[in-house]
Design a protein around this ligand. Structure first.
Ligand code: NAI
Ligand code: NAD
Ligand code: ISE
Length: 346
């Protein structure tokens, strides 16, 4: 079966997903698109030579009975409304992160999904699918460095769009580490604190503090420090180091370019955005989602509950941004609905 996909939001990431669904992966066909900017939707059809309808909005696209799965790739603040509408249909839903930008919004989504016979949502937390991060987790789980004690991480972007707000440092950027770390450590969060180092003169966005330091603690006592620096100018990279009882694990620098030695210098080109840095991870997560839909089975990747845990933690992070004090986190026990790895419709 070829999975028929509708894409809602045809900006940078929507186009990247259309490209992989059309030209890289197998088993899917983009048959419909929409964007509040209709020109962007038409351009996607034209540029990727799609045989696809352009709908005026998400509501009309969601009414198309020929669509098996939708990709929600609009601006983060628009995800909740579209996902809630999509849950009224029988379509599978791949939504980019964040699931919702508020705790209440994420709760509305999980409550509604739990009213369905099975899970239908996957959230685009692609870090879990990155080969390097996956290999690091495999080593950690093997016990090679004993129990994890401290994690140091960095999330570096060269710059951000004009609409990027201070809260988005948490809901749009740190949200990746929020999801990654509880999965990596198999542990729950106890608190989060955001502190503001000296402000960078490179910030152009009103109200944005950059860089920011997030300190998360877990129920087992691990301390995680994440540097979020989104106007870093020099390139795009993520760094990760886990300190354990008997050793350390470090994600190697991501390398696609040769090391050039010349004129008494040594240089390596760096990535400048998420597009190529996480290409393998995006391809793997989306192929897995498509394969599940083709079998008419629930997604097995990050669930709406993972999106909810991230939203609870992000909301605490936003509260900490106000006075830079630690905020306690208490996530409810995972409902039985989300403990099932995969449920097949009867
Ligand atoms: P973008 O600003 O390039 O594109 C967003 C598009 O959505 C725009 O064309 C806009 O007109 C459209 N849009 C906004 N509200 C809409 C609505 N209600 N209905 C239909 N279309 C709507 O942004 P970008 O970079 O493509 O990000 C889109 C999503 O992808 C965000 O949720 C972002 O968090 C996520 N993303 C995820 C990445 C990852 O590493 N997993 C990387 C980059 C983006
Ligand atoms: P696992 O290591 O047991 O399974 C590996 C899975 O990861 C396979 O489906 C494989 O296709 C995929 N994968 C992704 N990147 C890979 C890579 N680079 N190399 C090899 N395999 C790769 O992991 P798991 O714990 O069964 O997790 C499977 C998926 O389900 C993950 O995305 C995980 O986050 C998710 N999951 C979610 C929950 C939840 O509570 N929502 C629970 C368990 C697993
Ligand atoms: C963007 O939306 C992403 O998800 C990228 O992975 C992240 O690095 C960036 O900070 C976000 O704005």
């Amino acid at each position: 079966m070829v999975v028929k996909v509708g894409v809602i939001g045809t900006g940078a990431m929507g186009r990247a997903h259309i490209d992989r669904l059309t030209n890289v992966l197998t088993g899917a066909k983009v048959v419909a698109v929409t964007d509040i900017n209709q020109e962007a939707a038409k351009a996607a059809v034209r540029d990727f030579k799609l045989d696809a309808k352009v709908y005026p909005d998400d509501t009309s696209l969601l009414q198309d009975p020929d669509i098996d799965a939708v990709f929600v790739v609009s601006f983060g603040g628009a995800h909740e409304a579209t996902v809630l509408k999509a849950l009224d249909t029988d379509k599978f839903i791949f939504t980019e992160k964040p699931l919702a930008t508020t705790l209440e919004g994420a709760k509305r989504i999980v409550d509604k999904e739990m009213g369905k016979p099975r899970k239908v949502i996957q959230v685009g937390f692609m870090r879990r699918y990155d080969e390097g991060i996956h290999a690091l987790k495999t080593q950690l789980d093997s016990g090679i460095i004993g129990a994890p004690l401290v994690v140091r991480a960095s999330h570096i972007n060269p710059d951000v769009a004009a609409n990027y707000s201070n809260e988005m440092a948490i809901t749009d950027t740190l949200i990746h580490e929020i999801d990654e770390m509880h999965w990596l450590l198999d542990d729950d969060y106890a608190s989060i604190q955001i502190t503001y180092p000296r402000q960078s003169s490179k910030v152009n966005n009103e109200g944005l503090r950059d860089p920011q330091l997030a300190t998360l603690t877990t129920k087992k006592g691990v301390v995680i420090q994440v540097l979020v620096h989104v106007t870093a100018q020099y390139g795009y990279e993520v760094k990760l180091e886990v300190v354990g009882e008997t050793g350390e694990l470090k994600l190697p620098d991501y390398g696609f370019a040769p090391i050039v030695r010349t004129q008494a210098t040594q240089q390596t080109a760096m990535e400048t955005s998420w597009v190529k840095r996480f290409l393998q991870a995006y391809n793997t997560e989306v192929q897995e989602f498509i394969n599940q839909v083709a079998k008419n089975q629930s997604p097995i990747g990050p669930s709406a509950w993972d999106g909810y845990i991230a939203a609870v933690t992000a909301e605490a992070g936003i509260r900490s941004q106000k006075d830079q004090e630690p905020v306690l986190i208490n996530v409810a026990t995972t409902p039985a609905f989300y403990q099932k790895k995969q449920a097949v419709k009867a």
